[in-house]
Write a protein that binds this ligand. Sequence first.
Ligand code: PLP
Ligand code: COI
Length: 344
Amino acid sequence: MTNLNWNNLGFSYRKTNTILCSWFKDGQWSPVESRKDDNLTINAFAGSLHYSVECFEGLKAFRGKDGKIRLFRPEENALRIQRSADFLGIPAPDTELFISMCKQIVRENEDFLPPYGSHASMYLRPTLIGFNPQLGVKSSTECLFMMLCSPVGAYTGGALEPCNAVIARDYDRAAPFGSGSYKVGANYAVSLYSYNKAHALGYQAVLYLDPLTHTKIDEFGSSNFFGIKGNSYITPKSDSILPSITNKSLIEVAKSIGMTVERRDVEVSELATFEEVGECGTAVVITPVSFIDDKPSLESDEKTRYTFYSDKECGPKSLKLYNIITGIQYGEIEDTFGWTEFVD
Ligand code: PLP
Ligand code: COI
């Protein structure tokens, strides 16, 4: 049994009972191995260690009001890692293997699954890495697919606690026609320098602009962007952002409650017109944004500040969307969308 405080988990690594591993070699995936040790033995020349031959996913398992365990749209994550792997030129687990490993990791670590009512969940981190030794810049031929998990609470602050963000005009997360829409580790490495600088200046998130023209909003470092104006849910359409499963779901939820959905270019100047702004993603769920500073460079004292609903609480439209999506995830609301996968 665990002695974790479920109400104060934050988003960090916690050792659980097991991790799952399957190796791709000679054209097939090995039987899934469950390991108690999180440490790996890996050849020092593996492509993942040199050329970032790595992609990953993030999804959550929830203990429901009815005691049942629910995964949220795991098939979407399976399809996305297959797309990322294809981009890297490496083999990916098929959807069946992916989902069965999601279920197995939850079963083997059920004592780390936060109880209903704690507003916490179990984060699953499917990870695919190039494993064979190599020297040339090539796609790996042998890979390791791992299913990892850790109990988590809010990504920043507390649930629904507003955060702030900065537009770092002198840094990009993704290149035009680059890797921005794939969930590859390299994208996150590229975001660390600007994130660290922004963090040191007191910002919790960095909002990146489209790398080609730097006039339109792309996304935050670890989540998609949405804005609320009147009855409209507005979110950027861009080839350099991650196609967020949370955002895709919120779009459906917004439509189902009669909101207008606009997926289109969002000019930075339009920030002045939003009543509510939020981050959305698996880790952040919906995190309201209280203000965004637009700075010509991170070091600059010059800035334009855009403020939104409140620095204390979540705006009413974002809250409504949050309550529906988390209501489905925790089994409080009937899932009429068919997004739930039960873990028996
Ligand atoms: N954008 C980035 C850069 C992310 O890392 C994430 C997190 O996965 C998201 C958006 C949100 O995607 P999803 O809702 O599928 O978790
Ligand atoms: C997620 O929300 O699942 C993410 O991957 C974001 C971040 C923790 C990398």
